[in-house]
Design a protein around this ligand. Sequence first.
Ligand SMILES: [Zn+2]
Length: 291
Amino acid sequence: MKKIPAVLFPIRCYHFFRSQVSVCSLFAFLLTCQLVNLSTMAGAIADEAPASAVWKQFKSKHFVINYKSDEKFAEQVADKAEKDSQSISGKLGFEKFDNFWLWDKRVKIFLYESAEAFRTKTGSPQWAAGKADYISNEISSFANNDMFIRSVLPHELTHLILRDFMEYQTDVPIWINEGVSQWIEPDKKQRAHEAASMLLSKGRLLDINQIASFDPRKTQNLLSPQEFYFQSASLVSFIIDTHTVAKFRILCGHIRDGKTVDDALRFTYPDSINNVQKVQDAWRKTLEDKQ
Ligand SMILES: [Zn+2]
C-alpha cells in the first residue's frame, strides 16, 4: 500500500524542525486576505507598549497566563482559552485535555508587552502573531492582539489537543495537522474553499501527495505556503463536513495507531473515500460543483 510522504507532526504554520518549536502565523491569514481580497489586518496588530522586565501570572484551571502589564488582556486570553479548549475538544471529540492540562501540566501562555518584544525574544519572523512549543506546552504572543484571541489561539490549541489525542505520534501528515487547526478557526474554511476553487480554475490545485510533501523547511516547494494552507484547510474541511467529525476522529485514531493514510481511509470510510485517490476525486468534484 502506497504511503503518503508525511512531514513530522510538530510542523505547523512555520516550523523550526530541530527545536520542535512552531510559529503560529499571521502570515497565512494575511495571504488569505490578499487572495480572496478581504481587508488587511493592520488594525489587529498591537501598538507598542513600554517594556517591563517582570512577568506576572494569571492562572485559570488549564492555563497559566504570563503577562507583563496588561492584566485585562491576560484575563481575556485565559477566559477565551478555557472556552476554546472546551469547544474545540467537544467539536473534535478529543476529551483528554480536561483532565490532562491541570496543575503543573497547565498550558503556559506568554504575552509579551509588544509585537516587537515578542518577535525579538522568541526569534519569530516579522509576520508571526504567535508561537507554540509542543514540547514545553507553551504558546507565546503579545498584548492587545485581537488576532491572537480570535484565530491564532484556537488554531494553536487545536494543535495541542490533536497532539495529545495522537499521543505524540510524530507521523501525522502536515495537511491533516494544519487542516484541522484551520477548520476550527472561525470563518476560515469558507475562505479556504473559495481559494481552493480559484486555484482549481487556474489549474493550480495540487493532488494530496503533492500537498503532503510541503515542507516549510525548504524554500523550494511545489506550492507556496499560502496555497498549502488553503488546500489543506479546504481538503480537511471537505473530509470532516461530508463524512462527520466522528469519522474524522476514527481516521486520526487509525493514523495514531500506525496505519498509513491509505489504510486509515480504507478502515474509516470503506464504502466511500477509502483511499487517497478517491478523497482527491471527491474533493475536486465538490469544488467544481461550486464553480
Ligand atoms: Zn498551524
